[in-house]
Design a protein around this ligand. Structure first.
Ligand code: GCV
Length: 859
């Protein structure tokens, strides 16, 4: 939380470096870049030259010697040197000015006459400018920028605040105090010992490879820098699934090296533990948490950990969930299990984050009262007051599983005596897997602001998290591929840390801050990128699962492309119960599963009735006919059609917005992002068409705009003159246009032809057109495609490779991909031909081509 005091830091930066300082700075920069190919400056810590408004003394003095204080001072030196463009000269006696960093006590001792705050909350900082803020002609002692921390971490966070304010400008720097709103600000990794990452879409693990901790931990130290820069103070390094190997002694020695790499950045290490470890790796006959031998085993193991990692943060537990063992095997509760671990950790000041993600995934789909959404509250609410003080119940934002929209979990309002942490997902599992731009701060902010109305009084979620040991945990997914693979996805890691520090921050402000540090400080660019980010989650919701339907994907498969029935008719309970008359889950108390009644009365009353439920959650709480009217009078079915067309149009607009930045931003960044956004716009059409044609067929109700089921300019592959291509049924049917595609027998088959052909005769009016080719880019091979008109290639983009890394090994909405050939001149009678050449397991499958007036003509 930021408390501003009126002390404007007016500035104008011209800097002079003493030769020694310049050399030291250069060495620091060089060392950082040589040590690790994956560096924090590839994310937002770029410290690029800023316009001449800032006056930060280049000499940095650390009053103490702790490792964190030392890295804080080095970071500040490095940052301001970079900002000041090193070659510029610092004028006049400002040469003598200094930036001084230290703890509050150190600063008080060194400068007894300054108006130093008596105390600061833990990890907080105080920034103060001593001396005049006008010209710099005072004496040596009169000009100091003071960065004082409540403790070592506070210094670090203060230093990063200074650097952020300079980088993110443009408003003049203000003196202020700030402290984190919640003590737990962790990232969780779902990294496996073999180096893979569950639900990670950005390469392999930073920490592990081949069953052990990697030799090169330089990227881990850089990661620590990044995390510290946004105030994150904990990192759980391993997957909550299959975690027993991580308690083996060899592995713990490796993890101690990870802790060493992160320690200078104030990030404490935690691990996920398997509750059955005493049996699995301890050789005991039981893992009953109330068995004294089991408790003794945990005590000994925890002592071993602290001998290696004295500042170890604690354990995260997934138990009795999705096949993980748990206390239920012995008739024990989560509190029994959590308290056993907590007792072992308490003497060392460690904590247990016990996940409320406990549910039965063998529910009876035919039972109208069965409801996975109820599980967390049903299990944990009765345990209120039974958890040890160092246990924190960690709950996902909604009652299901990181869907594009869910109501806020009622458990936040139902465990008043226990510390709680909100678990959100930075890695975009159900939200586009780093291939779609989805800026998540607006989603998280809605959760943080949601008023739980505990005991009928205002109680936003952020207030619950600020209680005792509460906090926020972000499932990171960071890997070796440029941290989060997509440059714009890094805004999510940034936003997570900023919101955990200060949940009152506006997502727009965070987007702006991040953009200024990462993309450009040009106001027009900043506004455009901020707009793109802010519109991305609503667009994604519109084309993947509006009205509280949740992400309509195959929930037992990749969790990526459209797969509407994948969530129905199984035990996993992510149902939306669509039939030919209506759609939605009845979760009311009166006629449904009763889930709505788990909220505090003020909220329960709202969700109990369809008429008072917000439209964007209607189908989460109620089963209604397709003709049910929303608050603006539109029917549910018409909204489903409209939102999908609007969402896909918005995805296309985001591409145009980015294109408008060409020449105004770093070309490498521009060229990296553009194909990602173009891919997203194409995939949004796959989503749109799948969901629209599915509900059109199921409901039999036409789109009053006449779009559903009609595709102007579309020529289906199954209607083409085919040479060697075979017509196939795509499963699920809605993932291909009209359910069918064509596939070329794979080249691996001996009798397979080298290439297959699909040919259409164009019969429209003459003109210039864009031709979109919709094909399936399968795993296990790199098929080739080429297009000709009357036997001739029609431009540089007419042949391409299906070489994207997409999920699923058969033609499916996961891998349905669009390639656009722009500005093709056509006249009636022309022959358009696609040649598909399969490779290994990729049969160059083709769905359709779509001919639309050239976009360049409409500009
Ligand atoms: C780590 C979802 C994911 C799983 C994940 C689980 C969890 O179900 O799909 O991969 O497992 O959540 O949060 O434990």
């Amino acid at each position: 939380m930021l408390k501003k005091v009126a002390f404007p830091f007016v500035s104008e930066c011209t800097a002079r470096l003493t030769i020694g300082l310049a050399a030291a700075c250069a060495v620091l920069t060089l060392t950082a870049s040589l040590a690790s190919a994956q560096t924090a400056d590839q994310a937002w810590l770029k410290y690029r030259g800023v316009s001449g408004r800032w006056r930060v003394p280049l000499q940095v003095e650390a009053l103490g010697k702790s490792p964190i204080e030392t890295s804080a001072a080095a970071e500040l030196r490095h940052g301001i040197t970079q900002f000041s463009n090193a070659s510029l000269l610092w004028r006049g006696s400002a040469l003598y000015a200094k930036t001084v960093v230290g703890t509050l006590d150190e600063v008080r001792r060194a400068f007894p006459n300054l108006p130093i705050p008596r105390t600061l909350p833990p990890e907080g900082y105080w920034l103060y400018w001593s001396g005049t803020t006008g010209d710099m002609n005072g004496s040596e002692s009169s000009h100091r920028l003071i960065v004082a921390g409540a403790d070592d971490r506070g210094i670090l966070y203060g230093v990063f605040a200074v650097l952020r304010e300079i980088a993110a400008g443009p408003t003049p720097f203000e003196m202020h105090t700030s402290a984190p709103a919640m003590p737990i600000r962790w990232v969780d990794h779902w990294d496996n010992a073999d180096g893979s990452i569950e639900r990670g879409y950005a390469g392999r693990s930073l920490f592990f490879e081949g069953g052990k901790v990697r030799d090169d931990l330089a990227p881990v130290a850089e990661y620590g820098r990044l995390l510290a820069s946004v105030g994150i103070n904990g990192c759980n390094v391993n997957n909550v699934n299959g975690s027993s190997p991580f308690l083996a002694s060899d592995m713990l020695h490796g993890i101690a090296r990870v802790a060493d790499a992160m320690r200078p950045w104030g990030v404490r290490i935690a691990i996920s533990v398997d509750i059955a470890s005493p049996q699995k790796i301890g050789g005991l006959p039981t893992y009953d948490p109330l068995d004294p031998a089991v408790q003794a085993w945990w005590n000994t193991k925890v002592d071993e950990i602290y001998a290696l990692i004295p500042d170890f943060a604690g354990f995260t537990v997934k138990a009795d969930s999705e096949g993980q063992p748990g206390p239920a095997s012995y008739g024990r509760t989560p509190a029994d299990a959590a308290n056993t671990l907590a007792a072992a950790l308490a003497p060392h000041h460690g904590v247990v984050l016990y996940r409320a993600f406990v549910y039965n995934h063998h529910l009876d789909w035919t039972d109208p009262k069965a409801d996975r959404a109820r599980a967390a509250y049903d299990i944990f609410h009765p345990l209120g007051g039974k958890f040890a003080p160092n246990v924190i119940v960690q709950t996902k934002e909604g009652p299901i599983d990181f869907q594009v929209r869910e109501p806020v979990s009622p458990l936040f309002g139902g465990l008043t005596q226990t510390s709680q942490a909100l678990e959100v997902q930075i890695t975009q599992e159900y939200l586009g897997q780093q291939r779609h731009l989805v800026y998540l701060a607006p989603l998280w902010k809605e959760v943080l602001d949601f008023d739980l109305r505990v005991d009928g009084t205002r109680s936003p979620v952020q207030q619950v998290l600020s209680r005792k040991n509460g906090g926020m945990v972000g499932v990171s997914g960071v890997g070796r591929d440029a941290w989060l693979s997509s440059p714009l996805a890094l805004a999510n890691l940034y936003a997570f840390g900023r919101l955990a520090w200060d949940p009152t921050l506006a997502p727009e402000k965070i987007a702006e801050e991040w953009t200024r540090q990462t993309v450009s400080t040009d106001t027009a660019v900043v506004q455009k990128v901020e707009k793109m980010l802010m519109q991305s989650w609503p667009a994604y919701e519109d084309y993947t699962g509006p009205l509280g339907l949740q992400t309509l994907t195959d929930i037992t498969g990749s969790h990526y492309g459209p797969g509407i029935e994948g969530s129905e008719n199984n035990g996993w309970g992510q149902w939306h119960r669509a039939d030919h008359l209506g759609v939605g889950m009845d979760r009311s108390v009166a006629t449904g599963t009763g889930y709505a009644g788990q909220y505090q009365p003020d909220v329960a009353t709202i969700y109990e009735n369809a008429a008072t439920t917000p439209d964007n959650l209607l189908l989460f709480f109620h089963h209604v006919p397709y003709t049910y009217r929303l608050h603006d009078g539109k029917t549910v079915i018409q909204y489903l059609y409209d939102s999908h067309y609007a969402g896909a149009a918005q995805a296309a607009q985001i591409v145009r917005d980015w294109q408008s930045l060409q020449g105004r931003i770093d070309p490498a960044l521009y060229n990296n992002v553009l194909p990602r956004l173009e891919y997203q716009a194409g995939h949004a059409i796959v989503w749109r068409d799948a969901i629209v044609q599915y509900f059109l067929k199921l409901s039999g109700i036409p789109d009053d705009q006449g779009r559903a089921g009609t595709f102007p300019g579309r020529l289906e592959a199954e209607d083409a003159r085919l040479t060697s291509y075979r017509i196939i049924d795509v499963k699920p049917w809605e993932d291909a246009s009209r359910g069918k595609a064509v596939s070329c027998p794979a080249a691996a088959e001996e009798s397979a032809p080298r290439s297959c052909f699909a040919e259409w005769t164009y019969s429209g009016s003459a003109g210039r057109y864009d031709i979109a080719v919709q094909y399936f880019d399968l795993q296990g091979g790199i098929a080739k495609f080429a297009m000709t008109v009357n036997g001739q290639p029609v431009g540089p983009d007419t042949s391409w490779l299906a070489d994207a890394q997409l999920p699923t090994a058969r033609p499916h909405g996961d891998n349905s991909t669009r390639h656009i050939i722009p500005n093709v001149v056509l006249k009636s009678g022309d022959t358009i031909r696609i040649m598909g050449t399969p490779d290994t397991n990729d049969p160059a499958a083709l769905d359709y081509i779509e001919i639309t007036p050239a976009a360049s003509d409409s500009h």
